[in-house]
Every structure is written in structure tokens, then in C-alpha cells.
Design a protein around this ligand. Structure first.
Ligand code: FRU
Length: 457
């Protein structure tokens, strides 16, 4: 089987893990990412590789942006647009600055900076690196930096024990204290609450959970406990894009898990990102604040053939469509005590189930019989029906399934490794008491040339 994702971001070769340096500038979305030229993770050799996009869906692969040097390998971090040249690294007009972790086994981790005057195409590391180190703290990495408008200074949140710093110039950093949470790859950003004229701050704990609260440029004050953002095991090291016009907040994660990241099959490369998701906050009855994630609208441009399924008298197990890169939209009415939903990648006894368990009150994805055992498992997210129905949007892409329930209120992301081709989409209702109100299936176009490694993408 060829597992190279068709419309998810993946590198043409090598190993990929975390997204890094996500920023919008002058009409371009930048994605840097943890990369190594072999398909194996090699902590001592990690680089930042680079790609750009104008729509967050189609990507142009560029060169390695930052490679290891005498201070160590280049681990995760972020990018900012230093438009006012606060750093003094630029002549006249500002440019992009990257803030990343220098990782060397001989030393505690330290933060360094690099700068680019040509829209991220080439980079120079600052001669005074590292700019921030703490010899008492070995696990001190993944700086996320942003401009805080009301205090007019840069703020950094850095893992693994979340520490906050501020700086006037990206070079000199003053401690602000700790958030009280720990994770790799923290992020901190403002998000609108739907239907309220209110912005709250989201502290991301590396992709698994977020905490919602207030941030005044100095102290993060939680309003919630940790909120689960993805019920699967494969949404990690997420990062949000800085500076998207209009205050939109979009993030992406590594669709993987360190537990088996080194074992999953290669596709010429190894590792890929989730689809980008636009974020908002919603107050949901019985749950409180929920981080809502919606696939970015630009993905709709990938829709090709569409099948509108005749839902009258739909039988479980009837093949409705087939393909390896699909989007399925369904509105289902779960019957009492039933488990219902869609099967995807169903072929020769293999199947992945995306559905709703009415007895448990949970949305779920079951990859127990998806194919290769390396990722086997079943994942649930508690979620109430809306009125009588549950909406689901499922994105299938060769070796992954991402399911968005009730307009992004619950999300489950999973790798799957089917061993049979021609996987079908089917409806299922365990006890026959559930119904489908509407269902559409779209075939999605590939974002890169079909043949892998042909250098065309
Ligand atoms: C998260 C992580 C980061 C680190 C990077 C190294 O997946 O462990 O903490 O900077 O990967 O590649």
C-alpha cells in the first residue's frame, strides 16, 4: 500500500514531527517543521524544514531553513514578524525572526534566535546565541513567542514546565513566572467566544488539552481546568499561526504519537500534519467552554466528485462510495441504545468506525480492525446529541481519519493503516434503530503530484 497522504501536508522525503514557526506574512502562510533527512528521528540532527502556502492547503516545499550548529540541533519553536525592528537585527524595515531551542545532550536546553530579510527563504543565526538558558533546567524547550499589543512587548511561553518571559527586543528576556501547567510545545493565544463579544486566552498544553483563561501580558489566570481537544491519540505538538489577518486563529498538529511514531510505515517519508483547523470557543450546555475546531474552508476547494446518498431505507453494510481520499458529511439520528455511524476504509474484513454511541453518550472512532495492529484502539468523547441528531464530517486520507462532530465540538484524529485497497464507505446501525437524515461523500483531490519522490511537488 502507498500510504502517502493525498491532501495532508507531508514532506517529500525524510522524517517530520512538530510544526514550527507558523506565521502569516504578506499573503503567505509559513510552515516550518521538525525534520531529518532520513526517515528515522535523530534528535542530534533535527532541522527546521520550510514550506509556504497561500491557502493553508496547497504547499510549496522550500529548503531546510535552520540546520544544527555548534550549539546543537534545532528543536521546536516559533516565528514572529519583527516589523518595527525591535531586535535591531534588520536594517531599516523589519523581517521574520525565528525563536527555537538549541538541543545538545551535553547541555541544558537553551533558546536561540535567527532572522530572515527575504520572506523566510534564507536565515542567519544571531551571533549572540543562545539568548535564554537556564542551566538548572534540562527540559527547557519549544518557545512560543508573540507580540503582546497592550504591554508593547514580546511574550514567550516555553516548556516543559511552562515558564513565561517578556522582552523588548527578542534578545533580553525577563521571567514573568509560571503558568502552573506542564507540556512540550505550549502555545498561548486569544480566541473569540461564539455569540459573545468576548475574547479569552487559550493556553495549549501541546495538543492534547487546553486551558481557557485571561492573560494580561504578565500572568495567565485560568477560568477552566484542562479541556480535551482531541479524543484520539494522534494530535500532538500543535501550534497556531501568528498574524493571520482578521484575528482568525488556525492551528495544525502532528498527526502522530511518540508511542508508535517510529514504527508506523513509511511512505517515502514518515510523518504528516493534521488538516488545519480554525478555532473558536463555544459555551455548550452541560459542558461549559469547549474549543471548537473546524476544518479551514479552503479544503472545500479540493472537493471533486460528490455522491449524495439516497438515505431512504439505507441498509447497514451497503457500500455507498469508495476511495482513499474522501470527505463524508452526515447527519444521523441515533436510536435508543444504539451505536451508529459510518464505516470507512472497509475492505476484506478491515474497517474503521466513526460514530455515536447513544447508550454511552459518546462520539467515537474505532480503529481496532483498521489494518496494521500498530495503531489499533478505540476512542470516545462524551458529547450530547443536538435536538435528536449528531452531525459528523469525516476526512479520510489513506492512512488517517479525522472526525469533527457537531460542527467541531468534538474531534477525534487517528492514523489507520489499512492493508487492502478500495476501501468503501458504509452506514451502520448496531440495532437498526438509528437513521441517517442526510449524507454526502466527496472525493478530495491530491495536493501534490501522484508519484511520490518525483521532485514535482
Ligand atoms: C515534541 C518534541 C519537542 C521537541 C521536538 C524535537 O514532539 O519532543 O518537545 O522540541 O519534539 O523534535
Amino acid at each position: 500500500m502507498d500510504y502517502r497522504p493525498q491532501y495532508h501536508f507531508s514532506p517529500p522525503t525524510g522524517w517530520l514531527n512538530d510544526p514550527n514557526g507558523l506565521i502569516w506574512q504578506d499573503g503567505e502562510y509559513h510552515m516550518f517543521y521538525q525534520w531529518h533527512p532520513s526517515t528515522e528521528f535523530d534528535g542530534a540532527g533535527m532541522c527546521w524544514h520550510h514550506a509556504v502556502s497561500t491557502d493553508l492547503v496547497h504547499w510549496k516545499h522550500l529548503e531546510v531553513a535552520l540546520a544544527p550548529d555548534g550549539l546543537g540541533a534545532i528543536w521546536s519553536g516559533s516565528a514572529v514578524a519583527d516589523v518595527a525592528n525591535t531586535s535591531g537585527l534588520f536594517e531599516g524595515a523589519g523581517g521574520l525572526a525565528a525563536v527555537f531551542t538549541h538541543h545538545a545532550p551535553s547541555h541544558a536546553e537553551r533558546q536561540s534566535i535567527a532572522y530572515s530579510t527575504d520572506r523566510g527563504r534564507t536565515w542567519r543565526k544571531y551571533a549572540g546565541n543562545p539568548v535564554l538558558g537556564d542551566d538548572t533546567c534540562r527540559d527547557f524547550r519549544d518557545p512560543k513567542v508573540f507580540w503582546h499589543g497592550s504591554t508593547q512587548r514580546w511574550v514567550m511561553v516555553v516548556g516543559v514546565e511552562h515558564q513565561l518571559f517578556h522582552s523588548p527586543n527578542l534578545k533580553d528576556w525577563t521571567p514573568l513566572g509560571k503558568t502552573g501547567f506542564t507540556s512540550e510545545c505550549p502555545d498561548l493565544f486569544p480566541v473569540m467566544v461564539e455569540g459573545e463579544n468576548q475574547v479569552l486566552w487559550v493556553l495549549s498544553l501541546g495538543g492534547r488539552q487546553v486551558v481557557v483563561g485571561d492573560f494580561d501580558g504578565r500572568v495567565f489566570v485560568p477560568q477552566t481546568g484542562p479541556i480535551e481537544v482531541d479524543g484520539g491519540m494522534d494530535f500532538y505538538a500543535s501550534q497556531s499561526w501568528e498574524n493571520i489577518p482578521g484575528g482568525r486563529r488556525v492551528w495544525v498538529g502532528w498527526l502522530n504519537n511518540w508511542k508508535y511514531a517510529r514504527q508506523v510505515p513509511e511512505f517515502g517519508a514518515r510523518g504528516f500534519m493534521t488538516i488545519p483547523r480554525e478555532l473558536s470557543l463555544r459555551r455548550v450546555a452541560g459542558k461549559g467552554l469547549v474549543l471548537v475546531q473546524r476544518p479551514v474552508p479552503a479544503l472545500e476547494a479540493l472537493r471533486r466528485d460528490a455522491w449524495t446518498i439516497d438515505v431512504r431505507g439505507l441498509q447497514s453494510g451497503q457500500p455507498l462510495a469508495a476511495g482513499e481520499a474522501l470527505e463524508i458529511e452526515a447527519t444521523m439520528r441515533p436510536g435508543a441504545g444504539d451505536c451508529c455511524g459510518v464505516k470507512v476504509a472497509a475492505a476484506g474484513g478491515e474497517e474503521t468506525l466513526v460514530g455515536y454511541d447513544a447508550a454511552a453518550g459518546c462520539a467515537f472512532v474505532d480503529r481496532e480492525r483498521s489494518g496494521l495492529a500498530v495503531t489499533a484502539g478505540r476512542f470516545w468523547v462524551p458529547m450530547a446529541v443536538r435536538g435528536e441528531t449528531v452531525d459528523v464530517r469525516v476526512f479520510v486520507d489513506r492512512c488517517s481519519v479525522e472526525a469533527f462532530f457537531n460542527d467541531g465540538e468534538a474531534v477525534i484524529s487517528c492514523q489507520i493503516y489499512p492493508t487492502k485497497s478500495g476501501g468503501a464507505v458504509e452506514w451502520f446501525s448496531g440495532n437498526g434503530k438509528s437513521a441517517v437524515r442526510e449524507m454526502r461523500v466527496h472525493r478530495l483531490a491530491a495536493i501534490h503530484a501522484q508519484q511520490r519522490n518525483n521532485g514535482a511537488d
